[in-house]
Design a protein around this ligand. Structure first.
Ligand code: SF4
Ligand code: SF4
Length: 267
């Protein structure tokens, strides 16, 4: 089973849940939060990396400045100047339309390095794979797609925060989605948006409440919306300190095993 751990907003405890769930269930962890892959702080080991490329267009000599490529580009990544064509590879989405439709066949695709995929080994076992986007690159999606192509059948996925394309691309790979939320009005608002997105993709989901015990009654709000609460992480200074030191929440091992059992029943 593949379990995606997501949240409507960053900072709700998504990494806490995904790292501990991975360790206590023995499922390999994939950190798809390629703009800030911090699971590596908790799971360390020998690292082996490989680059990730994506194709971007390059203009050759036959160009007559007709402007077709600029017109077909839906991302405004091409500008026609008086004597040249300028391509902005950072905002190009590698759709290939400009290369395909250039009437002079003056364009070709070249590989551009956009990041890397890193496998982390402990005692010879690959326990974590994370992606890391290069500084200045705009879209994490090609790196997430490259990681998905090599993903094992059973896995925990630490998704990017929010509900934009990277989160959607990550959640699509899962059989079940855990949405992590805190008992605050702001977090509940974003939880509802994330739940709408997950429902629209057709994935079953459950909610894990982090910092459970804060005064806001998120349990009743979840019940009202029809969200299943499948786990609770108590509000505790001890847990916050352990997280800040990159340590696991060993005392919650049973709770994470129960979360796994509950979601298996649902799936
Ligand atoms: S479509 Fe081809 S020929 Fe026309 S401006 Fe673009 S690169 Fe040049
Ligand atoms: S490959 Fe697609 S996104 Fe990139 S410049 Fe060409 S048309 Fe635009």
């Amino acid at each position: 089973m593949r379990i995606a751990v997501a949240s409507g907003k960053g900072g709700t405890g998504k990494t806490t849940v995904s790292v501990n769930l991975s360790i206590f269930t023995g499922l390999k962890l994939y950190d798809f939060d390629v703009e800030e892959p911090n699971a590596r702080i908790f799971i360390r080991g020998e690292e082996r990396d490989k680059p990730v490329y994506r194709p971007v267009p390059e203009v050759g000599e036959n160009c007559n400045l007709c402007g077709v490529c600029k017109d077909v580009c839906q991302y405004n990544a091409i500008v026609i100047l008086k004597n040249s064509v300028v391509i902005f590879p950072e905002i190009c989405h590698s759709c290939g339309a400009c290369v395909y439709l250039c009437p002079e066949k003056a364009m070709k695709e070249v590989n551009r390095k956009i990041g890397r995929i890193v496998d982390v080994f402990n005692n010879g076992k690959n326990v974590l794979t994370y992606g890391e986007i290069d500084i200045g690159e705009v879209s994490p999606v090609p790196i997430i797609k490259a990681m998905k192509r090599e993903m094992e059948r059973d896995a925990v996925i630490d998704c990017p925060p929010g509900v934009s394309c990277p989160m959607v691309e990550s959640v699509k790979a899962a059989d079940f989605v855990i949405l992590v939320a805190e008992p605050t009005p702001f977090s509940f608002h974003d939880l509802k948006i994330a739940a709408d997105v997950v429902r629209s993709i057709g994935k079953p989901f459950g909610v894990v409440i982090n910092k459970h015990g804060l005064p806001f009654d998120i349990e009743s709000m979840c019940a009202k919306e029809g969200f299943r609460v499948i786990g609770r992480i108590p509000f505790s200074r001890e847990f916050a300190e352990k997280y800040s030191k990159g340590m696991l929440l060993e005392s919650l091992r049973q709770e994470f095993e129960s979360i796994y059992d509950r979601l298996k029943e649902i799936v």
